[in-house]
Design a protein around this ligand. Sequence first.
Ligand SMILES: Nc1ncnc2c1ncn2[C@@H]1O[C@H](COP(=O)(O)OP(=O)(O)O)[C@@H](O)[C@H]1O
Ligand SMILES: [Mg+2]
Length: 352
Amino acid sequence: MTTQAARATDGLRITGLVKRFGDRTVVDDLDLTVHPGELVSLLGPSGCGKTTTLRMVAGFLAADGGSIEIEGKDVVGLPPERRPSAMVFQNYALWPHMTVFKNVAYPLRLRRLPKHEVTDRVEHVLGLVNLLHHRDSRPATISGGEQQRAALARALVQEPQLLLLDEPLSNLDAKLRVKVREDIRELQQRLGITTVLVTHDQDEALSMSDRIAVMNGGRIEQVSAPDELYTDPRTEFVAGFVGQLNSLPGRLVGGRLVPEEGLLTGVRPEDVRLIPVDEPGASAAGHAPQDRLRGRVVRVVPRGAFHELVVEVEDRTLHSLAVGQSLPVGQEVYVDLARPLLFRDGRRLQER
Ligand SMILES: Nc1ncnc2c1ncn2[C@@H]1O[C@H](COP(=O)(O)OP(=O)(O)O)[C@@H](O)[C@H]1O
Ligand SMILES: [Mg+2]
């Protein structure tokens, strides 16, 4: 297959995308490729440029540079309704005076589709999102989760080649959010629809995505599958944003921390192992006692399936996870740090 043919099959290809507001560059030379049928999340802190990127892809905002191709077709310059994409907005943007049916039918009416076709397609998608029983309800009279599904239906009814979701779960309570994210993922996979999901919530991104693009300050720092993002972060920012990270200045030599300019050792909480100093054989395990970090449990936080133990080691605080048996506050412990991640000036050194 030639490069040209391979390119044409991309669901979405963004190259060198730039957006400025005044003298601020909010999206900075961004590249992203989404394969057909894939769900890729744009994950990053508030204000990093996620919504701005999505709005440029949808056509609601003009880019200052770069190209956007959907299914191999350049869409820059086309208005939203002429792009093969549909967007679900963070606040849903349903019309309050229209029924669910009319809201969902709206984009098809704009295209002047015959009435019977509109009815067939709207009823079909209302069935997909389990909302047929609310076809004649107004948005204000249905729940937040149902409004979310109505907004999703209004996007899907357009049979887009590319579905764009901006923080689709942010208005739902915690319990519902977990259910709805499973529903959306199941539907997305069943329909095989190429999707970009914008979120600041790592759990949401990790649980729904084929791949995650971590964004920081208008740039993408890493694009990886969820597991890889956690175990193999390329930057200190990614390591800290996805999952928890203990950051220690310097480098581990034997069991001890040796200061080193510009160098940082990151350790995940599950890799911070605590061995009570009075446990039989504790000092025999690993390094000699004088070569080991030693600390004290200062706080125990129940987290349901596990406990989070806060440990003071010399002048710093580390977080550790204990599944099963916890340790009491005040317990003196040896602290073994497994699988250290090394960073120099924010970038990961490839040794573990
Ligand atoms: N229309 C606008 N005019 C000026 N600044 C804007 C505009 N829209 C967004 N911004 C700024 O651009 C940055 C990125 O915004 P946004 O893309 O909404 O971030 P995110 O969705 O990641 O939270 C923010 O600092 C925001 O204040
Ligand atoms: Mg946003």
